[in-house]
Design a protein around this ligand. Structure first.
Ligand code: NAD
Length: 323
């Protein structure tokens, strides 16, 4: 079986491919990665010279390249995206280009070549903000940032290709991921690496925004369940089960890095900052047997240790991107 994985030089896609390559069973696919290596992509997030891995440096908006790869593909897992909300507030053009046009380019090629399942990796941010309770999959989408609006557009396009053309599309909407190899602009690695460097950490507003945290390996496990056992045209929420305000998360990170609250700098809130996200993932649990396997306290401690031990991975990225 040949699997095309887009954006797998990034945080979650690379975790997915590393897990697929670690599985040496008879069902283990041959993996082709398509990645543009933007600022967020690291070639060395993936093993070099693995017999079941081919790396193609290219853009998902390149229709000719995508067509060529799709002609030799059975299934797709689509991670490639511009993924940072703050960057989308500064400038949204790349978000619309990659997240919307790139997804449509992939869907068109998948349709032409009869490829499926096509797993589209979306986000809980497409639902908007929820004060209490949790969103089920059928909740209407109401995105607020340019990032989440571009992800909602691609999510709906993917579902439209199923309804209009019968393409075997499956959409996942997950909560906030954490774990090793996350680009150090996102809150957990940014705070850890700043604290390890003796710097302050920027906390938005009063730090009251609430997120559900999902270990990247649990997310990857959920995606594999959707790819192998999910139903065409269906959406599956994937959650982690640990809800924390940014303030509580900051307290845990300070403790893990041996720092005090004097290292916290309160900065003006992000524009249009959603207060709370919460997905109801009972569908993935009952239909697919999904359950997060990582305990948050242990997972966070392991993540802090990984950044402590892998300064050579993140320090050049921070210097280059000035984060
Ligand atoms: P990331 O920013 O770490 O990686 C994105 C990857 O996509 C990079 O390797 C980059 O080079 C590649 N890419 C960007 N534009 C491309 C293009 N035009 N063509 C080919 N490759 C391109 O992102 P991530 O955190 O691993 O997120 C992966 C997916 O999961 C995204 O679709 C994101 O929206 C979604 N998601 C992430 C989170 C999270 O917490 N990180 C939560 C919900 C959903």
């Amino acid at each position: 079986m040949k699997l095309l994985v887009t954006g797998a030089a990034g945080f979650i896609g690379s975790a997915h491919v590393r897990a697929l390559l670690a599985d040496g069973g008879p069902e283990a696919p041959h993996v082709t990665v398509l990645d543009k290596l933007t600022y967020a992509g690291c070639r060395d997030n993936l093993p070099a010279g693995h017999p079941r891995l081919e790396f193609v440096h290219g853009d998902i908006c390149d229709a000719a390249l995508v067509d060529k790869l799709m002609a030799d593909t059975d299934q797709v897992v689509h991670f490639a995206a511009e993924s940072h909300v703050d960057r989308s507030i500064d400038s949204a053009a790349d978000f619309v280009r990659t997240n919307v046009l790139g997804t449509q380019t992939l869907l068109d090629a998948a349709l032409r070549h009869g490829v499926g399942p096509f797993v589209h990796v979306s986000t809980d941010e497409v639902y908007g903000s929820i004060d209490t309770g949790s969103w089920p999959e059928e909740h209407p989408l109401s995105p607020n940032s340019p990032y989440s609006a571009s992800k909602a557009s691609s999510d709906l396009l993917a579902l439209a290709y199923h309804r209009t053309h019968g393409l075997d599309v499956r959409v996942t909407r997950c909560s906030n991921n954490y774990g090793p190899r996350q680009f150090p602009e996102k809150v957990i690695p940014l705070f850890i690496t700043n604290l390890l460097d003796g710097l302050t950490v920027p906390l938005y507003g009063e730090g009251l925004n609430v997120r559900d945290w999902l270990h990247v390996e649990d997310h990857v496990h959920g995606i594999e369940l959707v790819r192998t056992k999910g139903r065409p045209g269906e959406v599956y929420n994937i959650g982690g089960g640990t809800e924390l305000s940014n303030r509580d998360l900051t307290a845990l990170l300070l403790k893990a890095c041996g720092a005090d609250w004097d290292r916290v700098e309160h900065v003006p809130d992000r524009k249009g900052h959603d207060l709370r996200y919460s997905v109801d993932w009972s569908k993935a649990r009952t239909e697919l047997g999904y359950r997060p396997r990582h305990d948050f306290t242990a997972g966070l401690a392991e993540t802090v240790d990984w950044y402590r031990e892998n300064r050579s991975w993140w320090q050049p990225l921070k210097q280059r991107e000035r984060v």
